[in-house]
Design a protein. Structure first.
Length: 153
């Protein structure tokens, strides 16, 4: 992660960490399972459905299925973070407030795999020990590499 990214986004998440937990990396992401394009455009529903293909995998009880696809009202950004204990997702509002949406222990994350870049945003998957996975998109490929490094790959 860059110092600029940490300075900008860490204050949203650090207050949500457990006492003594240390933030290692953070990046703005879009969970593929909840991606939405521009509304009101002909064919937008089909495009949204296609964009979400491969967003979540695994059985219905898997860790990946626990991620909420919607943000709370007023929260405009989602931040994927890695601490020394957990991997999680925080929703951030325009004022720098955060709300924890989802978190799992680092031991439950088996791998971070980058997908070929076929669109504007880089796409990657978090694979879990239970065989499930979540796909995310981010604007910078180096975010994916930094998150993988923080997870321990």
């Amino acid at each position: 992660m860059t110092e600029k990214t940490m300075t900008r986004f860490a204050p949203t998440t650090i207050p949500l960490l457990a006492t003594g937990e240390r933030l290692l990396d953070i990046a703005p992401v879009v969970p593929v399972s909840g991606v939405k394009g521009v509304g009101g455009v002909p064919g937008a529903g089909v495009g949204n459905a296609l964009a979400r293909v491969g967003g979540v995998g695994g059985n219905a009880e898997g860790l990946a299925r626990q991620l909420p696809t919607e943000s709370p009202a007023g929260f405009i950004r989602k931040l994927l973070w890695v601490s020394d204990a957990r991997v999680g997702l925080t929703a951030a509002d325009p004022h720098g407030n955060g709300q924890l949406l989802w978190a799992v222990s680092r031991e439950q994350v088996a791998a971070v795999r980058r997908s070929p870049r076929l669109q504007l945003m880089a796409r990657f998957r978090l694979h879990f020990a239970d065989g499930s996975f979540l796909a995310f998109m981010t604007m910078r490929r180096r975010n994916t590499e930094a998150l993988a490094g923080a997870v321990g790959e």
